[in-house]
Design a protein around this ligand. Structure first.
Ligand code: PGA
Length: 242
């Protein structure tokens, strides 16, 4: 793991976007794994800017997002699909047919998970996986538990995670679906390279565990220590426990 500590969330956003733009320049057909959440919003804004300035061409890039709510269509304003449209997709030139997303309204959710794993494999696997981290150490919707699931799967969300996502549903945590589909820890660790981003004091404890603590399913991000190519970019607040 390499850890880069920067002063502010704005510095983190710029560094992450620059890293992604460099990766695309080096490999124009890069397969990107993408997270939602507050953390990557600044980096997505910087990527839109770089694209607008002609410094990032996504025309051959493919993307796969980590997760989506069950029972929420990709047209619903609370969906992660619409979050990505707002923050990234409408501002860059990723071809629509290269945007991979889980369908939380699929009739057969198990088949939908298998379809997703096959689609990622058919694309050659994820080249660069961007990740946020939950204050409880979750990655994607892989919540702390006694055991974790490797592949894409159906997951029940913790109440704390539903509260964290309330803004997408008119600020009302009870409206956040209690279930989601998510890439598993095996899918994430199968990526060629991983870029973990965290900002703010609320992430200091989980980042300390993820980087320096024991590898445990009780802090899913700690499993990233098993991967050979993980880059961590954090601000000073999130690095306080490192
Ligand atoms: P956040 O969420 O970026 O909104 O803090 C991160 C996560 O839950 O993975």
């Amino acid at each position: 793991m390499t850890v880069t500590v920067l002063d502010t969330p704005a510095d983190v956003a710029l560094a992450v976007a620059t890293r992604v733009a460099e990766a695309i320049a080096g490999r124009p057909s890069l397969v990107l794994g993408l997270p939602t959440g507050n953390t990557p919003i600044g980096a997505y804004a910087q990527l839109r800017r770089l694209h607008g300035e002609g410094r990032a061409d996504f025309s051959r890039v493919s993307t796969f997002n980590l997760d989506e709510f069950v029972g929420v269509s990709g047209h619903h304003p609370g969906s992660f699909r619409q979050f990505m449209a707002r923050h990234l997709f409408t501002g860059v030139n990723i071809p629509a047919d290269r945007i991979g997303f889980l369908d939380g309204t699929a009739g057969d959710l198990e088949a939908e998970c298998r379809r997703y794993d096959k689609a990622i494999a058919a694309a050659g696997g994820v080249g660069l996986q961007l990740l946020g981290i939950g204050a409880n150490g979750h990655i994607g919707f892989n919540e702390p538990a006694d055991s974790l699931i490797a592949g894409t799967h159906y997951a029940r969300l913790l109440e704390s995670t539903r509260r964290d996502n309330a803004l997408l549903f008119e600020g009302d945590a009870s409206k956040v679906p209690p279930e989601a589909l998510t890439m598993g820890v095996g899918s994430i660790l199968g990526s060629e390279a991983i870029l973990l981003i965290a900002t703010g004091t609320a992430k200091a404890a989980c980042m300390a565990g993820a980087v320096n603590g024991p590898v445990t399913t009780r802090l899913p991000a700690s499993l990233l220590q098993l991967h050979r190519q993980v880059e961590v970019i954090v601000d000073r607040a999130a690095a306080a426990g490192l």
